[in-house]
Design a protein around this ligand. Sequence first.
Ligand SMILES: *[C@@H]1O[C@H](CO)[C@@H](O)[C@H](O)[C@H]1NC(C)=O
Ligand SMILES: *[C@@H]1O[C@H](CO)[C@@H](O)[C@H](O)[C@H]1NC(C)=O
Length: 296
Amino acid sequence: MLKLFTSLLFTLIFNFSAMFKTYYSYPKDSDLNGPKVFMDNSNLVKKLQDNFLIRPIEESKGHRNRYNLIDMSLRDPSMGQAAEISKIIDYQKGGFFIECGALDGETRSNTLLFERFYGWTGLLIEADPLNFAKMLKKGRRAYLSPTCLSINPYPEIVSFLQRSNMGRIAYEEVVEDLVGINDIGEKKLPMVNVQCFPFYTYLLALNITVVDYFSLDVEGSELNVLKTIPFDKVDIRTLSVEFFHVKEGDDGVRTYLENKGYIVTGKVTRQDRLANDYIFAKPSVLSQNLSFYVTE
Ligand SMILES: *[C@@H]1O[C@H](CO)[C@@H](O)[C@H](O)[C@H]1NC(C)=O
Ligand SMILES: *[C@@H]1O[C@H](CO)[C@@H](O)[C@H](O)[C@H]1NC(C)=O
């Protein structure tokens, strides 16, 4: 049993390293990218399905994968987001989540609680290859994707700045900031080319339209990502959105989602800045009247 599991894991990692070589840092002129490619392009959906999604190991084959976590006793490693979501949605019924950036799948994970203890599954998106390699070993029961959510309504390959939990898509101004503050030459910045897909393309690839919880923490590109989502075609029931690094500030994210019909049900903030999230819900999922509260 254990042998089987180990060999499975090995196969998974081996396959991933093959994929890693093929798809990381490939040339920026790779096909099916740019403004002319629509997010529902069927070849694009297939490209994502075939090359950039790792399926959860099927439990029906008798080998339920085991978690391999650093802290098995920590039920909820999130900084409070999961608890807020639990208050507004019937999480015990099971559901589907999308988390981006997922980091290593354990550290400050907003979705591990739902997956481990309440039978949810979902999609974990992480652009940084070093974080993704760690996530592969955690035994998460979810789809894993070594990609990024597009900040434009079309697929593209971006330069991604690798900075552990602070990694982000590198706009020119970000690079300039870093060069200015740290006085490091541009060449020395750890950059990697990563394939991004629009949010909607992932849903088409997974053949789903309902997302019970979308955790969005991409170190500054949150509003741009939200602007690509066709809210008339997808049913995202709750969200947590980090706002701390967003140029437009917390009001930008809040106003945008309120205009899409969402209600702010909470705000999770911490002095150490490890959480600065708004919690949003569709009025239809709220089972009770919640007043606005702040968790410190
Ligand atoms: C997609 O989902 C629908 C509804 O759940 C189902 O009827 C259909 O067969 C699915 N298509 C594929 C290609 O899995
Ligand atoms: C929420 O509060 C409003 C105003 O107090 C009330 O009219 C409404 O019925 C309440 N809704 C629920 C679901 O309790």
